[in-house]
Each structure stands twice: as C-alpha cells, then as structure tokens.
Design a protein around this ligand. Structure first.
Ligand code: C2E
Ligand code: CA
Ligand code: CA
Length: 265
C-alpha cells in the first residue's frame, strides 16, 4: 500500500512537472557562496523551489530525481537557466554589482552539443557578461562519455562558463578524469564538512584540498552550519564556503538585499 502510494505520487509528479513549467510554478532561490578569508559574497547558487498548486511546497529532492529518471530534467533545467538569466539581467538593471550565479545542471545535457547553443542563446538574450551564468554538475554521467562532455564544456568556454563539480567526494571519484575535464571548481560535499572539529585532524578534507591545489582548482566547502566548522576551514587552503551559518537559500528580492547591505561579518 505504501508502495502504491509512492508510485502514484511519482506518476503525479511526472504529470505535473510539464504543466508546472508552462504554468510558471518554479522559483529560483539563491544561496550565497562566500570567500573564507576577507569574507565577502562571490556568487549565488540557484536552487529550485516548486510551488505546486495543490500539493503546496514540494522540495527538490522529491522531484529532481524523478525528473532525472523520466528525462524531464532537460526541459526543467533549461527553464531554470532561462529564469536565472532573466534574474541576472533584472539585477544588473537595478545597478546591483555584477555577480555570478551557478545553476545545477543534469549530466544529461553533456550528451549533446545543442546545450552549447542553448547557453549561447541565454547569454545573448539576457546580455549576460562573460562568466556570470555558470554550471554545477556531478561527476556521474560525465565520465560515461568523457570526450563528448569535454567538447561541450570546451564549447562553453568562450562564454566564460565555469564548471563546478558538485558533491565532490561522494561519487565514483574516478580521479583519472579530473585532469582531463576542463573543470574549474570543486565543491566538497557537506558530509565531509559535518565532521570538522577544532583540534582534530581531517585527512580527507586535507587530501581533497591538496588534490585541488595541484590541479589548480578552487574549492567551495558546502553545508557549513557551525562557527567551529568555519574556523577549521579558515585554517586550510579552501577558498570558498556556503552554508546555513552564513545564509540559507532565499528568494531573489532577499538575496539582493543581502548582497547590497553586505550583511557578512
Ligand atoms: P545541491 O546542488 O548539493 O544543493 C545544496 C543543497 O544543500 C540545497 O538543498 C541547499 O539548500 C542545501 N544546503 C545548503 N547549505 C546547507 C547547510 O548548511 N545545511 C544543510 N543541511 N543544507 C544546506 P536543496 O535546495 O533542497 O536542493 C537539493 C538538491 O536538489 C541539490 O543539491 C541539487 O542536487 C538538486 N537541485 C536543486 N535545485 C536544482 C536545480 O535547479 N536543477 C537541478 N538539476 N537540480 C537541483
Ligand atoms: Ca549544487
Ligand atoms: Ca552539492
């Protein structure tokens, strides 16, 4: 019975997704990414929120995996990239300092060169300065077709699109591909950050930072929730952080206020 309910729910979500895109039910929230030394905001990660007409708020973990399975993630991501581009243009018109926004993109996009054209269109349509709209991707999927993925990522380079490797340390971590792909930034998964304590060693985080620095990648620590974690990270070579301690994901208006009032200590 529980199984049936679950299947029904999945089928509902599948049906509602397409309609939700047309009906504009998705909103992007923005979570600051900040420099650990000399604290200031360097970018925002865009995170989707679904305001479903009947079910109310549906969290991404309830529909992104389903959209991945059904392939609807492609349309959804393109819609969200469009929203992010529009938001960046809107912010720029208010005179807000130019900031980078990263959008999570399914690895499915890295199987077709059409994605490069789509990104070009977004940059042109919203008159985005180079490098202001960037992408977060996970390693799984990319390594399935390394040479095509590489061509796509290289095709994005003239736009200044930087690639963030999300949830680093949780996937296959087939390290061989890391220096082959034109990746620029690693995001250390929250599970590594959770364990950081003052006065204790953290060999895995150290190893990731050493690897990153030898490959010339920048690193973002994800999911910083406590002052203690922040202090530990400040003693390392990790350049950037993100987490509820500094700011939760917030609607565009609030993100704007947060950025312009410089509420970072
Ligand atoms: P993610 O890309 O790893 O995003 C980070 C998640 O961690 C976000 O959850 C964010 O709200 C949460 N987070 C950030 N700081 C903290 C913290 O200090 N503590 C805790 N406990 N959580 C923190 P969210 O927004 O629920 O998104 C979940 C996942 O859904 C994302 O994980 C991403 O994989 C996917 N997702 C979200 N938005 C999009 C999107 O627009 N497109 C695609 N394809 N996937 C998305
Ligand atoms: Ca992400
Ligand atoms: Ca992540």
């Amino acid at each position: 019975n529980a199984m049936r309910r679950k299947l029904k729910r999945q089928a509902d979500i599948e049906n509602d997704l397409q309609h939700g895109i047309q009906n504009n039910e998705f909103e992007l929230f923005f979570q600051p990414i900040f420099a650990l030394q000399d604290p200031h905001i360097v970018s925002f990660e865009a995170l989707v929120r679904w305001h479903h007409p009947e079910a109310g708020f549906v969290p991404p973990n309830d529909f992104i995996p389903i959209a991945e399975q059904t392939g609807q993630i492609i349309d959804l991501d393109l819609h969200l990239l469009e929203l992010a581009g529009a938001q960046l243009q809107k912010w720029r018109r208010t005179g807000m300092p130019t900031i980078r926004v990263t959008v999570n993109a399914s690895s499915r996009h890295f199987a077709s060169l059409e994605f490069v054209d789509f990104m070009k269109e977004i940059y042109t349509k919203y008159q985005l300065p180079n490098g202001t709209l960037c992408l977060e991707i996970t390693e799984s999927g990319l390594i399935e077709n390394l040479s095509l993925a590489t061509r796509i990522i290289e095709g994005l380079e003239p736009l200044g699109v930087k690639l963030y490797l999300d949830d680093f340390g949780t996937g296959y971590s087939a390290l061989g591909y890391l220096h082959q792909l034109p990746i620029h930034i690693l995001k250390i998964d929250k599970s590594f950050i959770d364990n950081l304590k003052c006065g204790e060693s953290h060999p895995l985080v150290d190893a990731i930072l050493t690897l990153a620095s030898s490959l010339d990648f920048d690193v973002v620590a994800e999911g910083i929730e406590t002052q203690e974690q922040l202090e530990v990270l400040k003693q390392t070579k990790c350049q950037y952080g993100q987490g509820f301690l500094v700011a939760k994901p917030m609607p565009a208006k609030q993100a704007y206020t947060f950025l312009t009032t410089g509420k970072l200590s």
